[in-house]
Ligand binder design. Structure first.
Ligand SMILES: [Zn+2]
Length: 247
């Protein structure tokens, strides 16, 4: 009997200069994606973060009025740990982000401002690997980001953006979904892994509210397990995996 052949993940495209990462909450990128981002910024690429919310509804023991500012600080520190200095917030409301034209317009505006070739977002499907239910915020932001990559290039869909001086940008070549149950591509996680650990650790208030474990042990175990799980499909190399939609 022959072993079933495991489909290998392809290396991520490398012929780009700027990536825009669009997610719902502080920590969405640090839970698995930031080892890839550290590798990219090391290579001189520009990476920018846009968050739909400040994650103000994310900690049960903290009032949103206090929590939002705290999580923004933790997010900026987490971004800095992997070489990202621009972090923007779209100020949608945590937990009740609505998929629709307003969200697509805000993301299309960010794409026009920053003119990336690569857009990264988080799993937009109903479940995580058909096992755990996804949150409505991730679904809304992931779908709206896939749509906004095209909206950004169309002069007539959101004409108010052009009136604000944001000219169409039709240069997005790929939208890559982190945390997808159907990955197609991957990046070697090794060179960026230590900084990815530090970047997730910056979300200390959130992690301390989440687990009794020592934060560093928790973070290191999580990221090592996740990247190692992709190794069988990437020539034995621990990796960050993405589902890539070409445009
Ligand atoms: Zn999230």
């Amino acid at each position: 009997m022959t072993e079933p052949k495991i489909t290998q993940l392809q290396p991520m495209p490398t012929d780009w200069h700027r990536a825009l990462c669009v997610v719902a909450h502080p920590d969405d990128l640090e839970y698995g994606c930031s080892a890839a981002i550290a590798g990219w910024t090391d290579g001189g690429r520009d990476v920018i973060y846009v968050l739909a919310t400040r994650g103000e509804a994310g900690i049960d023991t903290l009032d949103p009025a206090v929590c939002g500012a705290l999580r923004e600080r933790e997010q900026r520190a987490g971004a800095a740990a992997v070489g990202v200095s621009t972090v923007e917030f779209l100020d949608h409301r945590d937990g009740v982000i609505e998929y629709g034209p307003a969200l697509r317009r805000d993301i299309a505006a960010a794409i026009r401002r920053h003119r990336p070739e690569l857009v990264i977002t988080l799993n937009h499907r109903d479940t995580w690997g058909e096992v755990a239910w996804n949150t409505p915020d991730h679904v809304a932001v992931g779908r709206a980001t896939l749509d906004a990559a095209a909206d950004a290039g169309n002069r007539w869909i959101f004409p108010e953006l052009t009136e604000q001086g944001l000219e169409p940008w039709n240069g997005v070549r790929w939208v890559a979904i982190a945390g997808s149950g159907r990955p197609t591509h991957a990046v070697d996680a090794g060179p960026g892994l230590e900084r990815a650990v530090r970047s997730l650790l910056e979300h200390r208030t959130y992690i301390e509210a989440l687990t009794q474990q020592d934060p560093e042990t928790y973070v290191r175990d999580f990221l090592t397990t996740q990247t190692t799980a992709n190794a069988a499909r990437f020539g034995g190399t621990p990796a960050v995996a993405f589902e890539v939609f070409s445009r």
